[in-house]
Design a protein around this ligand. Structure first.
Ligand SMILES: NC(=O)c1ccc[n+]([C@@H]2O[C@H](COP(=O)([O-])OP(=O)(O)OC[C@H]3O[C@@H](n4cnc5c(N)ncnc54)[C@H](O)[C@@H]3O)[C@@H](O)[C@H]2O)c1
Ligand SMILES: [Zn+2]
Ligand SMILES: [Zn+2]
Length: 346
């Protein structure tokens, strides 16, 4: 089969690799019908995630059709259409029993396209298939359900819920890529007073307006702290959500937040960041970090099927799986191409 193989920082290739096979009896083999590219894949290619080693098939998001199951798989059958979540779960360990699947101790967690071969391929081996996939609801498209593999649960859990967004809050989202835009959708479920999007790319800020931000700031040439203070009687944001993953954006969030407010970091960081405790210690600020757990996937599936969340709004470009190099190019030049989520279909 063909797959996108990581070949060290800055290098990848779409090439022939052996087909995956069942290794544990709880595995399923899934034919990838739709997959996509995440900001995290770009971090991997920058060398920010050193656990990803040369030869790894990338990708941790998919909707597909089950083609084979191990003898121990109970609730997933050949022919089923499934959402392959970015987080796998053994379902048995201490953390899985707490719904903290991202921290799974039994061999799950974020493994696809990270520690084991991923979804940017014609076929993928999905461990713990019963507890790591979700049936695709009837009358939904692969594309919209694909948005639940990572971006929607990530932003909802690690941004909106960790940030404790409340009605009337001023919520600032720094970084208006798919993750930041999805944090805007999640925050809107709680009727915030203002949703402010901050990004360096005007194309992304235009998208933020379409997703419901009422104020946008290009921090390449505007002073985000001044704009947010003007909006909040000089106090700062109730919640600042970091959705980039570089030191500047995290530090900006800690400057934007009001005393007693929340900074919810979502970004994957490859560099050390300065935590300015010399100014933060006195301000009662709560800072959270997190890897997505995907415990919210069932809730989000209901919000998508009831059209409370329009997940298909994220899809900006469509390609065949074979055009994955072009798709990476378009996604990585989002400020020029206007790319949000690029969908690669079989
Ligand atoms: N914690 C998790 O579980 C988890 C899961 C998925 C993704 N992520 C991370 O979330 C982050 C966002 O993902 P994405 O797919 O939206 O990525 P993306 O690369 O598409 O978007 C990042 C956005 O940040 C903007 N940006 C860059 N530098 C900036 C700065 N200094 N100030 C303001 N904006 C700036 C870019 O213009 C871009 O629009 C990434 O770091 C990704 O790795 C984390
Ligand atoms: Zn991701
Ligand atoms: Zn577990």
């Amino acid at each position: 089969m063909k797959a996108l193989v990581y070949e060290g920082p800055g290098s990848k290739s779409w090439k022939d690799v052996p087909e995956p096979s069942i290794r544990d009896d709880t595995d399923a083999i899934v034919r990838v019908d739709a997959t996509t590219i995440c900001g995290t894949d770009l971090h991997i290619l920058k060398g920010d995630v050193p656990e990803v080693t040369t030869g790894r098939i990338l990708g941790h998001e998919a909707v597909g059709t089950v083609v084979e199951v191990g003898a121990g798989v109970k609730s997933v059958a050949v022919g089923d259409r499934v959402l392959v979540s970015c987080i796998s779960s053994c379902g048995r360990c201490r953390f899985c029993r707490e719904g903290r699947y991202g921290q799974c101790l039994g061999g799950g967690g974020w493994i696809l396209g990270h520690l084991i071969d991923g979804t940017q391929a014609e076929l993928v081996r999905v461990p713990f298939a019963d507890t790591s996939t979700y049936p695709v609801p009837p009358d939904t498209d692969d594309e919209e359900i694909l948005m639940l593999a990572d971006i929607l649960p990530t932003s909802y859990e690690v941004g909106t819920l960790n940030g404790k967004v409340q009605p009337g809050d001023t919520v600032v989202v720094v970084g208006a890529g798919p993750i930041g835009l999805s944090a805007i959708l999640g925050a809107k479920l709680f009727s915030p007073g203002h949703v402010v999007a901050v990004d360096l790319a005007d194309a992304r800020l235009d998208a933020a307006k379409r997703f419901g931000a009422d104020v946008t700031i290009n921090n390449g040439h505007e002073d985000a702290v001044a704009v947010v203070q003007a909006l909040t009687d000089g106090l700062g944001a109730d919640v600042a959500i970091e959705a980039v993953g570089v030191p500047e954006s995290f530090e900006l969030c800690t400057e934007l937040v009001r005393p007693g407010g929340h900074v919810a970091n979502i970004g994957v960081h490859g560099q050390p960041v300065t935590l300015h405790l010399e100014s933060l210690w006195i301000r009662d600020v709560t800072i959270t970090t997190g890897l997505v757990d995907t415990y919210s996937t069932p809730t989000l599936l209901r919000l998508v099927t009831s059209r409370q969340i329009e997940a298909d709004k994220f899809v900006s470009h469509r390609f065949n799986l074979q055009q994955i190099d072009e798709a990476y190019d378009v996604f990585s030049r989002a400020s020029d191409t206007g790319a949000l989520k690029v969908v690669l279909s079989r």
